[in-house]
Design a protein around this ligand. Sequence first.
Ligand SMILES: [Zn+2]
Ligand SMILES: [Zn+2]
Length: 236
Amino acid sequence: MKLIDKLLDALSPPMIKCVICGREIDKSKHGICDKCMKEMPLNLHVCKKCGVDIRTMNVYCDTCGKNQLLFNEARSVCRFEGYAKTLVYRLKFGNHRYLADVMAHMMKKIFDGQHWLIDEITFIPISAETKRKRGYNQAKLLADSLGKLTGLPVVNLANKVRDLGPQEGKTYDERFTDMAGIFEIAAKPKPNVLIVDDVKTTGATLNEMTKVLRENGCENVYCLTFASNVRKIPME
Ligand SMILES: [Zn+2]
Ligand SMILES: [Zn+2]
């Protein structure tokens, strides 16, 4: 820590508010009180490939048995429900940008538990249209915070050239085929890349981004999201 950071740290109040319930907590809790943390839907036993919480002692989930996801591995902090959903919605739609640091801190713990060799961090881009409406990319905020915590460089490797229509009601396979061509490479990737996003649903977005990175020389692609969805999506 730099001297100026140490001084600022010493001057700022030792107590902060829990980002979920508002209770006063010590700064060392990184934004979430013990009570709320106990209620976070943290992943327990995850699929080795896609990282979804399978709650059995199987190595892979049923879906990964059937599909060829292009990324090496994906992991997430929690299931997309309860307080995890609250945090994602506030970060994404409520302009609570400070939450990125709190969420990235939890993502760093999962990151540290993997044995991934990473050269650089990137993020799932948003379209120019969404950027105009929302003003920021929540995935980039998470990536920037994680970059600070890990010391890894954060780079924009792709642009999103079009938005998808609503995905509700689409089958699993349709979600993958709909993605074709939504990303365009923006910079040459290094060989080992980590993609950061807020939520993983089927993995179709991460898969498409991986495809573009691999087509441009990337060898290993890992994915880290704050939450992953366990909602069942019809296979056909
Ligand atoms: Zn709390
Ligand atoms: Zn899986």
